[in-house]
Design a binder for this molecule. Structure first.
Ligand code: KG4
Ligand code: ZN
Length: 336
């Protein structure tokens, strides 16, 4: 089954061609980072307009790179949510028009499920599995009982991990998005600054990162006020040490107590080298599934992979009406 998939939930315009939920024939991604950089974050209205300008080129690029004919496509899949509603609507309208023109069925896919299915390019699920989903908007522990039977165990009570990375980067005067920069600088720094470790001991599945972010803000502010020189790399390393410790230890504890077979690490922050290394060294009782770097951040291939399994489970969709849903929950399967 050849699927053309579309992802425009935030600031990446992406169209991919995937085959049978495994092979990625093409994955065209256009990032808007350069456009939003000067604002220090994604501006929703600007994101929607940028998607409109580039989406048709991404269709062309995905189809020509995959070296297929439009008549080879069996299904169109598109991110239905969660995400920025204006951005979602651009992808949904483009995908629906393409499907209608070529008399193809169209399927709405949950963006978060896409992230969790991204590692299946190289692996298969062995249920039950536990997923740690970490991105700019989400920090979730999820129990995957079967395909599309996902239970939300816990989430962040305040900031998402990626958001905390981006804010710490801003405190340190580093460019947006801060996650990759903090990760790179942390590799050469030393974790010498004491920061609070938000384990939420009586709350094993939930997370909280806003106190940690404020502690970094205070640390930097106080050092500046005292006129002390400090090493940015050491602040990054100290922050990353705490974040990865909390994420990995809470995941390890949940995986062991729930007796799962696999631990899935997914979402943009899954690209973090420190997190990947700590996961690999600490989680030894389960198989770890981590997507290749290029499938961690937002792109359409993951939507095509998830769509394949969604169709295996629920059959081909019949409706052309995909309703964009900015707060589409991961444990909710849309009727179609
Ligand atoms: O999944 P994603 O592309 O978009 C959302 O759905 O949010 O994740 C983007 C987030 C940003 O906050 C970015 O700073 C973070 O993922 N990120 C990282 C790294 N690469 C991306 N955070 C920490 N370390 C990284 N290497
Ligand atoms: Zn994402």
């Amino acid at each position: 089954m050849i699927i053309l998939s579309v992802e425009t939930s935030c600031d990446e315009t992406s169209v991919a061609i995937t085959k049978d939920g495994k092979e990625v024939l093409s994955n065209a991604v256009l990032s808007q980072i350069k456009i939003h950089e000067r604002y220090g974050g994604v501006v929703p209205e600007i994101a929607s307009r940028a998607h409109i300008e580039s989406i048709l080129y991404m269709f062309d690029e995905a189809i020509s790179t995959a070296n297929i004919k439009v008549s080879d496509i069996d299904l169109v899949a598109v991110t239905q949510g969660p995400g920025l509603i204006g951005s979602l609507l651009v992808g949904i309208n483009a995908a629906t028009t393409f499907a209608y023109m070529h008399k193809l069925p169209i399927l709405g896919v949950n963006h978060l499920i896409g992230h969790i299915y991204a590692p299946l390019v190289e692996n298969d699920f062995n249920f039950p599995a536990l997923a740690l989903l970490v991105s700019g908007g989400h920090t979730e522990l999820l129990l995957i009982k079967d395909h599309f039977e996902i239970e939300l165990l816990g989430t962040t009570l305040d900031d998402a991990v990626g958001e905390a990375y981006d804010k710490v980067a801003r405190i340190l005067g580093l460019p947006y998005p801060g996650g990759p920069v903090v990760d790179r600088l942390a590799a050469t720094g030393k974790a010498i600054y004491p920061l609070p470790k938000p384990f939420l001991k009586d709350d094993p599945y939930n997370f909280s990162f806003s106190g940690l972010k404020s502690a970094v803000l205070n640390l930097v502010h106080n050092m500046k006020q005292r006129g002390e020189s400090f090493n940015v790399e050491d602040v990054c390393a100290s922050f990353q040490e705490v974040v990865t410790e909390v994420l990995v230890e809470k995941t390890r504890h949940a995986a062991d107590s729930l007796g799962v077979n696999q631990v899935v690490l997914a979402g943009g922050v899954a690209a973090n080298k420190g997190l990947r290394a700590k996961m690999a060294s600490r989680i030894t009782n389960q198989q770890i599934l981590v997507p290749a770097f290029k499938y961690c951040t937002d792109q359409a291939a993951m939507i095509g992979i998830a769509a394949y399994y969604q169709v295996q489970k629920y059959g081909m969709p019949t409706s052309y009406f995909i309703k964009g849903d900015s707060s589409f929950s991961i444990d909710e399967v849309k009727q179609y």
